[in-house]
Design a protein around this ligand. Structure first.
Ligand SMILES: Cc1cc2nc3c(=O)[nH]c(=O)nc-3n(C[C@H](O)[C@H](O)[C@H](O)COP(=O)(O)O)c2cc1C
Length: 187
């Protein structure tokens, strides 16, 4: 009887692990161990990796499912360097642009969700990623050069690439505020 019960418990744990019902799983591990890499190596990412990352961006949720984004992929080193100075060959930049609304804003929140999905997807396949909003002005001041579709404005650039695996992910990540500082439970 005891053996049967133990087997049942083991089977339950295995199934919950498989379907991500436990408290830790591959998605949460990727999120909790990720950071915004700076140390890249010049090994190109594969077409399959890039496709998967873009598909994850496209799958992001958006208000009213408007999907107000366009993704412009830049692989050419000279063009990338116009945006981020220290890119290395093999890096890829994905410019996430939002559709310009009637009041002149872009749906930044939706673009942010798509960017985060791609950031997590890149880490999940062992690549590094970093989000850059700083160069949005440079990109928007020369939309033709970067081929930003008409009616859209760049919100962020996502840099992805192979990374120096000797960098310690824990010490490389920026510290976060304490749990108690940012979470409150209403009584
Ligand atoms: C919206 C947004 C804009 C960012 N812009 C820049 C940027 O322009 N330049 C840069 O070096 N990092 C940029 N970052 C990266 C942040 O600095 C980084 O995510 C933060 O410091 C946390 O670091 P960690 O992910 O390594 O822990 C940006 C991140 C976000 C989410």
């Amino acid at each position: 009887m005891k053996i049967k019960l133990s087997l049942l418990v083991i089977a339950f744990l295995a199934v919950s692990k498989l379907f991500g019902q436990g408290t830790d799983n591959c998605v949460t591990s990727v999120i909790l161990s990720g950071y915004s890499e700076k140390a890249y190596i010049s090994e190109p990412i594969t077409v399959q990796q890039l496709d998967l990352i873009l598909k994850c961006g496209i799958k992001a949720p958006s208000g009213k499912n408007i999907q107000p984004w366009k993704f412009t992929v830049i692989k050419d080193e000279t063009t990338m360097k116009e945006i981020i100075k220290d890119v290395v060959p093999g890096n890829v930049l994905i410019i996430v642009s939002g559709i310009v609304t009637e009041n002149g804003t872009t749906p930044d929140f939706d673009c942010g969700l798509a960017t985060e999905s791609m950031f997590v997807a890149a880490h999940s396949v062992g690549l590094g990623a970093r989000i850059y909003s700083g160069p949005a002005g440079i990109i928007n001041s020369n939309k033709e050069l970067f081929q930003i579709p008409s009616g859209y404005m760049a919100v962020v650039a996502l840099r992805i690439g192979n990374i120096d695996k000797s960098v310690d992910a824990v010490s490389a990540a920026s510290p976060r505020k304490k749990f108690e500082e940012v979470v409150n439970y209403k009584n």
